[in-house]
Ligand binder design. Structure first.
Ligand SMILES: Nc1ncnc2c1ncn2[C@@H]1O[C@H](COP(=O)(O)OP(=O)(O)OP(=O)(O)O)[C@@H](O)[C@H]1O
Length: 329
């Protein structure tokens, strides 16, 4: 981020709670993140760590009944959680875009691709064929006449990228947009997405399980655990020398990083499902670096090795040992 330029996105100490008939699930527990204009940020963490909730929160797109009792979200200086409906709609239309996990499911099965694009971009004059050409769709006139079930997952994801980028959004939230694609198509879609974002100066939050992809495409990485960002720094530094024991464990458990002949490591225990204020560090029960203070005292953000870390014993200091690892079966 350029010094002196206000960040495009500020998520500050947000608590978010889903309410079901039987329980409260606290999906974000004091999550904080900032992103500058044009920055590319990969948000990683195990299932349930709060990535999708953070993405939806950014556009105030959480299901009705979801509560945010604490914190604030600013997009381009506008307080998303406080905006009246008309200004929220304008913010979403003019400055935000989302690429969903399941593009075919997100498209209306009863409408041709061309009609859907026209509806989605009704305020934006756009040459639809040129838009599809931009995402390397050959014979775009033909594709515009097709229904969603007539196109492949990779094609649908390109259409979703074209739709999202047509308005040159300030902020793009991509929630695992390539999870269902094979590796070659996945890389092509990511290349398109990040190339268009760079051309337009769009900030990207990529919610991902793909650490290798984040390493290739994102300048920054934010690691989530238990509804908080527990480590946040430049991707190269975080991946080469993780400071939070959870980041270290996540990297050790990544099949793509396992060296030939070595056993894949998994993180023992299960991630927490919170319902109210937890005591201490919620990773402590799974962490061999934990000291006496960890289950008792909630870690505050601190700067370690040039990044923000929420841990009492970061970076394998002498009194710590690596996070608990168990060999995978
Ligand atoms: N609509 C909902 N109602 C109730 N609980 C929910 C809802 N959506 C998410 N949760 C819960 O909130 C927590 C955070 O979920 P979230 O989907 O944000 O995590 P995630 O990191 O995106 O997971 P994944 O990688 O599997 O998409 C989880 O415990 C999840 O079960």
């Amino acid at each position: 981020m350029t010094v002196g330029t206000p960040p495009l996105l500020v998520i500050d100490d947000v608590v978010t709670e889903y309410r079901t008939a039987t329980r409260v699930v606290r999906a974000l527990d004091g999550a904080s993140l900032t992103a500058g204009r044009g920055e590319t940020v990969g948000i990683v963490g195990e299932s349930g760590s709060g990535k999708s909730t953070l993405g939806l929160l950014t556009g105030r797109l959480l299901p009705s009944g979801t509560r945010c009792p604490r914190g604030r979200v600013l997009v381009d200086g506008e307080s998303v959680l406080d905006l009246p409906p008309d200004r929220l709609a304008r913010l979403r239309r003019e400055r935000l875009a989302f690429v969903p996990q399941d593009p075919i499911g997100a498209l209306d099965p009863t409408l041709r691709i061309g009609r859907q694009l026209r509806l989605a971009l009704r305020d934006t004059p756009a040459d639809l064929a040129a838009l599809l050409e931009q995402v390397r769709i050959r014979d775009p006139e033909h594709v515009l006449r097709l229904y969603p079930h007539q196109i492949s997952g990779g094609m649908a994801q390109r259409v979703a990228v074209a739709m999202a980028m047509a308005r040159k959004p300030a902020l793009l939230i991509a929630d695992e947009p390539t999870a269902a694609l094979d590796s070659q198509v996945r890389e092509e879609v990511l290349r398109l997405l990040f190339t268009l974002a760079a051309e337009n100066g769009t900030t990207v939050l990529w919610l991902s399980h793909d650490l290798g992809g984040v390493a290739r495409w994102c300048a920054r990485i934010a690691v989530m655990y238990g509804g908080r960002v527990v480590e946040d720094g430049t991707t190269a530094e975080v991946l080469s020398a993780p400071q939070h024991p959870y980041t270290g464990a996540l990297l050790a458990a990544d099949p793509a990083r396992a060296k030939g002949g070595t056993r894949l490591l998994t993180i023992g225990g299960t991630p927490p499902v919170l319902s109210d204020d937890p005591q201490g560090c919620v990773f402590a029960p799974r962490c061999d670096s934990a000291g006496e203070d960890c289950p008792a005292v909630r870690p505050a953000p601190r700067t370690v090795a040039g990044r923000t870390v929420l841990c009492h014993h970061p970076g394998g200091t002498p009194e710590t040992v690596p996070a608990r690892k168990e060999s995978a079966r």
